[in-house]
Design a protein around this ligand. Structure first.
Ligand SMILES: [Zn+2]
Length: 373
């Protein structure tokens, strides 16, 4: 199982300048490799593969004074990125989609480079990160590495530079608890469990969102190309980061707690892409980060030896979880009151119970003493 450890880098001016130069060199190589493939295809209907581009690197290095200042495996990784962009492009062509052609990266649109092999250009020494051709960098190490480090990526973000080190770790199975649950994801409330508990949206999220909106308005007010607009854009990018991080931290925390408590977790099978196209709440759905949360939940469950069951989402909010009759209601109706059996509970709680039952789980009150294996 892979696990990423992210550390903020504490750089001085000279180190920052060196990293920026490396990033810029990688960007140029990326664009160069892309152009080569594009031209070969358009002019001679030839495709250029990774191996050919990799083999021509030494020659390129002789012509370009910047390339030798970057570790050779990092350069190889840039070529791999171009290759992956192409593979993805062809794969999507094959499935009948209409993907955009891989893009040239403008200044500011290329923000990371990778040492694909730990200890080969990147390593820790005395609590500092040592990078080839850069030197030793101060890092904020609040969390020590676990497992076997594999790759190291250096990333430029709106609020500074980061190192992401991906490690191979042994999965640790959690003790079974014998509990199962249905989880209904929402927008006002992040999630509602079949036990009736509600999980609120991330704390500070509303505030971070307001800051983000303000920053967006500020950018649009300022004159294009002006220095003030450029500064406003930096603030906007920082606000975006803050919202993104709040959501990610929250998703990890909630997923961890759920996986610790329950052995089988039932969720709706969501077609997020389809939803984003057709749903009246599309923006809120993507903001709520359901896809992100489900991915994290699935991966945490898998490594802990727990199970995520996806159920068909049809009618989970309309059917009465107690008697099974259809009780149609609008999205604005927050309460489920069943005219057939007089069952009355919060709409999302009712949905969570339905999700649990659809997956073969039993609701509270009628829970059987069956051990889940
Ligand atoms: Zn009913």
């Amino acid at each position: 199982m892979k696990k990423a450890f992210i550390y903020k880098l504490r750089l001085n001016r000279a180190q920052e300048a060196k990293l920026s130069e490396m990033l810029e060199t990688c960007r140029h190589l990326y664009n160069h490799a892309l152009a080569e493939r594009k031209e070969a295809w358009e002019q001679e209907q030839q495709s250029v593969c990774f191996a050919a581009q990799s083999a021509s690197l030494p020659l390129l290095k002789q012509e370009n004074a910047y390339l030798p200042r970057v570790h050779s495996q990092v350069l190889q990784d840039v070529l791999h990125r171009v290759d992956r962009a192409y593979q993805a492009f062809f794969r999507r062509c094959k499935t009948g989609e209409k993907p955009g052609y891989p893009r040239f990266r403008g200044r500011g649109w290329y923000d990371s480079f990778t040492f694909p092999q730990w200890d080969n250009g990147a390593k820790f020494a005395d609590g500092r990160l040592v990078l080839s051709k850069i030197g030793s960098l101060r890092v904020c190490t609040d969390r020590p590495l676990e497992g076997q480090p594999k790759t190291c990526s250096i990333i430029r973000r709106a609020d500074g530079w980061y190192a992401t080190i991906v490690c191979e770790v042994e999965p640790v199975a959690l003790e079974p608890t014998g509990e199962t649950v249905g989880i209904d994801l929402g927008i006002e409330t992040f999630a509602t469990l079949s036990t009736g508990e509600q999980v609120a949206n991330p704390k500070h999220y509303r505030r971070a969102e307001q800051v983000l909106k303000k920053a967006q308005r500020r950018v649009s007010r300022r004159k294009k190309g002006s220095n003030r607009r450029r500064k406003a854009k930096v603030l906007l990018a920082k606000a975006h980061l803050k919202v993104k991080r709040a959501r990610l931290d929250h998703a990890h925390k909630v997923a961890r707690e759920l996986v610790e408590r329950f052995d089988v977790l039932h969720v709706e099978k969501l077609n997020i892409r389809g939803m984003l196209k057709n749903h009246p709440l599309a923006k809120s759905i993507s903001d709520a980060g359901w896809g992100l949360f489900l991915n994290i939940l699935r991966s945490k469950a898998a490594s802990a030896g727990k199970t995520v069951v996806e159920v068909n989402p049809a009618y989970t909010s309309q059917v009465c979880s107690h008697c099974g009759e259809r009780v149609p209601k609008k999205l604005s109706q927050r309460w489920h009151s069943c005219p057939y059996c007089a069952c009355s509970l919060h709409r999302d709680h009712n949905a969570a119970l339905n999700i649990l039952q659809k997956g073969g789980g039993t609701a509270i009150g009628e829970r059987l003493a069956t051990a889940t294996s």
